[in-house]
Design a protein around this ligand. Structure first.
Ligand code: ADP
Ligand code: ADP
Length: 237
C-alpha cells in the first residue's frame, strides 16, 4: 500500500531530511512515527504524498511508483490520501461544513471548484464525515469559534470527505491538552478500525503512540532507529 525504497530527502542541497529509508506499510495498518524534533518525521510523511521530492529512491502507493508522476496524475493519487496537520489548516472564517467540503476539491475541475459547484454526493460525504467526528451540532459554526480539539475533528472530517485509503497526520495532537489529544486519537482509532483506513501518524508523545498505534517506527537523524509492533517495543524508551 505505502512503500518507500531507499528514499533520501535533502533540503536545499544541504540539510538532510531523511536518509535511505526503507518502509512498507500495509493496508489497514495504524503506524506511529516517533523520534526527536528534527528527526525526520514530518519529512517522512510529506514524502509519502510527494509534498517533498526525494533526491534518491522510489515511493509507491498501491503498488504503483509515484516518484516521477506528472502533476495531474499525482493529484489523483493525492486525493486518496488525507493529510491532517498540527495547526488544523482550516479556513478560519468559514463554516465547519464549508471546510469539510474542501476535502472534495481534489475530485473537481478548477472551474467547478471556482464556482463551488458541489454535488449532492459531496454534501452527503461531508455530512457523513461530520457525523463520524460527532460535530453534527456545529455544522454551520465558524471554524474560528471552535476549540482546538473541535478544529482537529473538523480537519479529520475533511480528510474523511476525500474517501481516502490513507490518512497521514503530522503531530495532530501536539497543540492539544493530553485529554483532548486522547479524544482525537480515539477518532483515529475508530476510523482505522471501522473504515480500514491506513493511518500514519507523527507523535511527539511516545506514550500516546504506545497506547493507540499497532506499530512504531522511530526516526533519528533521518534514519530508522527501530520499526516494531507496539507490543515488542521496550517500554523504557
Ligand atoms: P521532525 O518532523 O522529526 O521534527 P523534520 O522532518 O521536520 O523532523 O526535519 C528533519 C530535518 O530537515 C531537520 O533538520 C529540519 O530542520 C530539516 N527541514 C525540514 N523541513 C525543511 C525545509 N522545508 N527546509 C529546510 N530544511 C528542512
Ligand atoms: P514540523 O514539526 O511539522 O516539521 P516545523 O515547525 O519544524 O514543523 O516546520 C514548519 C514548516 O517549516 C514546515 O513547512 C517545514 O517544512 C518548514 N521547515 C522546517 N524546518 C525548516 C528549516 N530548517 N528551514 C526551512 N523550513 C523549515
Amino acid at each position: 500500500m505505502i512503500k518507500l525504497e531507499d528514499v533520501t530527502v535533502i533540503y536545499n542541497n544541504k540539510t538532510l531530511g531523511i536518509k535511505d529509508i526503507n518502509l512498507e506499510i500495509k493496508k489497514g495498518e495504524f503506524v506511529g512515527i516517533i523520534g526527536p524534533s528534527g528527526g525526520g518525521k514530518s519529512t517522512l510523511l510529506k514524502t509519502i504524498n510527494l509534498l517533498v521530492k526525494p533526491v534518491k529512491g522510489k515511493v509507491y502507493i498501491d503498488g504503483r511508483e509515484i516518484t516521477n508522476l506528472d502533476t495531474s496524475s499525482l493529484r489523483k493519487v493525492r486525493r486518496q490520501i488525507g493529510f491532517v496537520f498540527q495547526d488544523y489548516n482550516l479556513v478560519e472564517r468559514s463554516s465547519v461544513l464549508a471546510n469539510v467540503l474542501l476535502g472534495r476539491l481534489g475530485y473537481m475541475s478548477s472551474l467547478q471548484s471556482f464556482f463551488n459547484l458541489y454535488k449532492d454526493s459531496d454534501y452527503y460525504l461531508a455530512l457523513q464525515g461530520i457525523k463520524e467526528v460527532g460535530l453534527e451540532d456545529k455544522i454551520f459554526a465558524r471554524a474560528d469559534r471552535l476549540s482546538g480539539g473541535q478544529k482537529q475533528r473538523v480537519a479529520i472530517a475533511k480528510a474523511l470527505c476525500q474517501q481516502p485509503g490513507i490518512i497521514l497526520a503530522d503531530e495532530p495532537v501536539s497543540n492539544l491538552d493530553l485529554k483532548v489529544g486522547e479524544n482525537i486519537m480515539n477518532y483515529f482509532k475508530k476510523i482505522n478500525e471501522k473504515q480500514k483506513i491506513t493511518i500514519v501518524i507523527n507523535l511527539h508523545d511516545v506514550n500516546l503512540a504506545l497506547k493507540y498505534c499497532h506499530r512504531i517506527v522511530a526516526l533519528s537523524k533521518g534514519q530508522v532507529l527501530f520499526d516494531k509492533k507496539t507490543g515488542e517495543v521496550d517500554e523504557q524508551l
